[in-house]
Structures are given as structure tokens and as C-alpha cells.
Design a protein around this ligand. Structure first.
Ligand code: ZN
Length: 187
């Protein structure tokens, strides 16, 4: 089932999310719905706060970037209760977007290598190092669990330039081509 994506300005996107246990109700279905929602909106990552749940869970599917990713890494992944241990290397710039912030793309600097501990959908523990585009996607989704959005990483000047367009998203004055829930629009 495709779920509405919560838009920029919604308070849930600004909360620090909580860890979950295997007993979390309806988890397999939730993960399935998150993959479907991500696919329907052509995303490469989706974090639970973006569908209105403040839990530490995100999914990724980096298939559009397959050519840039080392074959040893799976493109699809479920990250539960993740914890970034360290980020290393000379920061690089990439133009990021976000399903919660449609039609806005901005250069964001991030370190190229990330070490992350997490659990998969079977709650098996992993401690892995990712780099390049996979690291980028993971860092962006992880930020959502901390209540951080990519526009927080751009300069004050750029944010001022974006202010009106961000306001349009808050007000729902956009047509992103997928289902959204806007901060200022009651259900
Ligand atoms: Zn995002």
C-alpha cells in the first residue's frame, strides 16, 4: 500500500525517533508499504518519520545509481535501530533531493565514508562501512531519524532563497505527482 509522504514543515519530521523491537506491530507490512511508497514516488530512500512514524527505521533502494555502486553491496536495504559510528574522509558535494521536499535540489556536503551499526528486518545485527552514493543515501535517511532535513545543511543564504518554495510545501501549494500530507492541511 502506498502511503502519503509527510511534507516539509510537519512537526513529526523534526522529532528524534525511537528504537523499536521485533514486537513492533505490523512491522513486515509496514516495511513492504515503505518500499511501495518509495517506488511510487521514484525515491531511493524513505525514513519512517516521512510516513508519520517516529521510529528508527529506513529503507533504501539505490537501483537508479547501480552503475556507481560496487557490486559487493546490495542496492536494497532495511535499516532498523541504526547508529552511525563514524563518518570519515574529505567531504564531497552532491545535489540532494527529498520526497518530503519536492522539486527542491541543493548541494549538500557530506563525508564519503560512513560506518553504521543497524539491524535488518530479521533483527540480525550488522556493523558495516559504506561509501559513495550508498553512504550518501544512508546519511540522508539517518538524518531523518534525528529530525534533520537536507535543507538544514545548506547555507543560510540558500535557505533564504528557498524560503518561499519551502512555504509552498508547508501550505500544500505544490503538485509532486505522489500522495502527500502537508503540515498545514488538516486530514
Ligand atoms: Zn529525505
Amino acid at each position: 500500500m502506498v502511503l502519503p509522504v509527510y511534507g516539509y514543515g510537519h512537526p513529526l519530521l523534526r522529532k528524534v525517533s525511537e528504537e523499536i523491537t521485533p514486537e513492533y506491530p505490523g512491522l513486515p507490512e509496514l516495511i513492504q508499504n515503505m518500499f511501495e511508497t518509495m517506488k511510487a514516488s521514484n525515491g531511493v530512500g524513505l525514513a519512517a518519520p516521512q510516513i508519520g512514524l517516529n521510529i528508527r527505521l529506513f529503507v533504501i533502494d539505490a537501483a537508479p545509481y547501480a552503475d556507481e555502486i560496487d557490486k559487493q553491496y546490495p542496492l536494497r536495504g532495511v535499516f532498523i535501530n541504526p547508529e552511525i559510528i563514524e563518518e570519515t574522509g574529505e567531504p564531497w558535494t552532491f545535489e540532494e533531493g527529498c520526497l518530503s521536499i519536492p522539486d527542491i535540489h541543493e548541494d549538500v556536503e557530506r563525508p564519503p565514508v560512513v560506518r553504521i551499526r543497524y539491524q535488518n528486518e530479521q533483527f540480525e545485527h550488522f556493523d558495516k562501512v559504506y561509501d559513495g552514493m550508498l553512504a550518501r543515501i544512508i546519511q540522508h535517511e539517518y538524518d531523518h531519524l534525528e529530525g534533520i532535513m537536507f535543507v538544514d545543511h545548506v547555507s543560510n543564504l540558500r535557505r533564504m532563497v528557498l524560503r518561499k518554495r519551502l512555504g509552498d510545501i508547508v501550505q500544500g501549494r505544490i503538485t509532486p505527482g505522489y500522495k502527500m500530507k502537508y503540515a498545514s492541511v488538516k486530514r
